[in-house]
Design a protein around this ligand. Structure first.
Ligand code: NAD
Ligand code: DAU
Length: 340
């Protein structure tokens, strides 16, 4: 039987891919997409789906109790993605991160609890585990790894993650948590390293590589992530966390060289700049639990193919890139789709 799924942050990178994924792959389900349209929220990413009868957009903050009251009575499940998501911004100004990612999450959990929402999935991050060393590739984050977040962003996500678990433990809410590695794919705001570097390379600029470029990330295609979130929604156990990763560890230097190659530039495009403060060295995921228990595996994340496709998407969508960077389109969408 179909359900109504509230996706928070559905105008962001992963959220917009998830809304599209649900509408394409779960024909009986409806989506209420609740998003505050911060600088990172772009309805242009969903332009072709704005008039879909199974997609309703609500322009609201997750901490707006009144707006939540208008929505929750119709909601069967919540997929909570809305967040301040950029580590560098959190280093410059942590306060909004704590407000949105911790307090906002608590307000949303409370509203879901008040209305007896049947299922709640909190989309967390592998950054809650802190970092792994570069010199021992055998070490991976498992769901049992102690939480040791390093950046203000990671701390704020850990707060939301622990709150979600507490609402299961304390109130018996049906909550599960996903902890995923770095996503790549279409519609990512061009402050994150892949779209930022591709844009700069296309536009003839240098790319600012932090430190010596040895930091390692595990890259997961956003649609593999969307599929995993849906598996957890359907079959994840209450109170449990699930790691999600791409089996695709790369150093930032390796990534940068691949992007340079795909954009027809050379090594002179690299500008080594001062390192990110507290820069986590390596993230690497053991995703055996979700594979074993829910039968999920990444099928779209293998490089070079998936990276080539992503780079091509940014080459083909210059207008989208220009619009989201300028933020000009926002007024149009906010006026025309103000929601309930
Ligand atoms: P994003 O920054 O692209 O999108 C975030 C969205 O949330 C935007 O649409 C924004 O408008 C909305 N938002 C922000 N504050 C809000 C508020 N107060 N009320 C309502 N909406 C608000 O982020 P993303 O990369 O798509 O990440 C989505 C989620 O996945 C986040 O929770 C993030 O922590 C998590 N995550 C991201 C990655 C990744 O690699 N991008 C990896 C693991 C986990
Ligand atoms: O691991 C999951 C996390 O991945 C998510 O929880 C975050 O929301 C998401 O933003 C991402 O965090 P990162 O900090 O890993 O992503 P970012 O794209 O900012 O950086 C990726 C790597 O590239 C990181 O090691 C820093 C480096 N970098 C980044 C930028 C923006 C550079 O060298 N230069 C840059 O200009």
């Amino acid at each position: 039987m179909g359900q109504t799924i509230l996706v928070t942050g559905g105008a962001g990178f992963i959220g917009s891919n998830l809304v599209r994924f649900i509408l394409e792959n779960r024909p009986d389900d409806r989506v209420i997409n609740l998003d505050a349209l911060t600088y990172a929220g772009n309805l242009e990413s969903l332009a072709d789906l704005m008039d879909d009868p199974r997609h309703e957009f609500v322009h609201a903050d997750i901490a707006d109790v009144e707006k939540l009251e208008g929505v929750m009575p119709r909601v069967d499940s919540v997929l909570h993605l809305a967040a301040e998501s950029h580590v560098d911004r959190s280093i410059h100004d942590p306060s909004l991160f704590l407000k949105t990612n911790i307090i906002g999450t608590q307000v949303l959990l409370d509203a879901a609890k008040r209305h007896g929402v049947g299922r709640f999935v909190y989309v967390s991050t592998d950054e809650v585990y802190g970092e792994l060393p570069l010199d021992d590739k055998s070490q991976l984050f498992t769901e049992e790894t102690p939480l040791k977040p390093n950046s203000p962003y990671a701390v704020s996500k850990t707060g939301g993650d622990m709150l979600a678990r507490a609402y299961w433990h304390t109130y018996g809410m049906n909550v599960s948590i996903t902890r995923c590695s770095n996503n790549f794919g279409a519609y990512q705001f061009p402050e994150k390293v892949i779209p930022l570097f591709v844009n700069k390379l296309i536009e003839g600029e240098q790319v600012p590589l932090y430190g010596d470029g040895s930091n390692v990330r595990d890259w997961l295609h956003v649609l593999d992530h969307c599929e995993a979130i849906c598996r957890v929604l359907d079959d994840g156990k209450p109170g449990e966390a699930y790691n999600i990763g791409g089996n695709n560890e790369r150093s930032n230097l390796e990534l940068t060289r691949m992007l340079i190659d795909l954009c027809g530039r050379d090594e002179s495009a690299i500008k080594h700049v001062e390192d990110r403060l507290g820069h986590d060295k390596r993230y690497a995921i053991d995703a055996s639990k979700i594979r074993r228990e829910l039968g999920w595996e990444p099928t779209r994340s293998a490089w070079p193919g998936a990276l080539e496709e992503t780079v091509q998407w940014y080459k083909d969508n210059r207008v989208w890139c220009d619009h989201v960077r300028s933020g000009e389109y926002k007024r149009f969408y906010a006026q025309n789709y103000s929601g309930s």
